[in-house]
Write a protein that binds this ligand. Structure first.
Ligand code: E4P
Length: 218
């Protein structure tokens, strides 16, 4: 499973990329707004820092303007993936942009049927939002499992499942087990993946024993 990092914070992206754990980046209008900087400038910087796909989202809600915004975003860099919402106009825009040779990430997906429409519209990625479904007391991961089954049943689909709205390390593990192709993970959660108290405890005791031995690796 590939890791995308779900942030528009360029310093975080550079640091995680240097650790070799970033296959791509996803942003959304809220993440871009949080930076207080112009979207073109941020997306350009991220695209220069990362070789993989960088998702940038349209904010128009009608077909024609979605396509126009998508084309503008895609003109920023060759690795931009245009994000459109899982609405009727979004699926139409997905088809038009995909047929024009662009990578499209269909976002705000909360059902398997939306994912089915995205695949039929030629999406490169479908983004089921796990955490937001869990927030409602629903099972977000079940939607990922349903999408995996549907996509496996139709060999003509090439859409990748991009598990989104990931909030915990458990979400990451379960998305990988459910067959997601990619997980987009906030930096804080990505860093937590390496944590285990027994690793820290074991390391402390190895180092204490080593210190008492007086040895050095030369
Ligand atoms: C995905 O592309 C979205 O940017 C993101 O995963 C949304 O996560 P949230 O529900 O934690 O805001």
């Amino acid at each position: 499973m590939k890791f995308f990092v779900d942030t528009a914070d360029i310093a975080e992206i550079r640091e995680l990329a240097a650790a070799g754990v970033v296959d791509g980046v996803t942003t959304n209008p809220s993440l871009i707004a949080k930076t207080g900087r112009p979207i073109r400038e941020i997306i350009k910087e991220i695209c220069e820092a990362i070789e993989g796909p960088v998702s940038a989202e349209v904010t128009a809600t009608e077909f024609d303007s979605m396509v126009a915004e998508g084309e503008r975003l895609a003109s920023i860099a060759t690795n931009v993936a245009v994000k459109v919402p899982s609405t009727w106009d979004g699926f139409r825009a997905c088809r038009a942009l995909s047929e024009g040779g662009l990578k499209v990430n269909v976002t705000l997906c909360f059902s398997a049927n939306q994912a089915l429409l995205a695949a039929k519209a030629g999406a490169a990625y479908i983004s089921p939002f796990i955490g937001r479904l869990d927030d409602l007391g629903l099972d977000g991961m079940e939607v990922v499992r349903e999408i995996r089954a549907i996509y496996n049943n139709d060999k003509s689909f090439s859409t990748e499942i991009l598990a989104s709205s990931i909030r915990t390390p458990l979400h990451v593990k379960r998305a990988a087990m459910a067959g997601a192709d990619v997980a987009t993970v906030p930096p804080g959660v990505l860093r937590k993946l390496s944590n285990h108290p027994l690793t820290d405890k074991g390391l402390a005791s190895f180092l204490a024993d080593w210190g008492r031995s007086g040895q050095a690796i030369l």
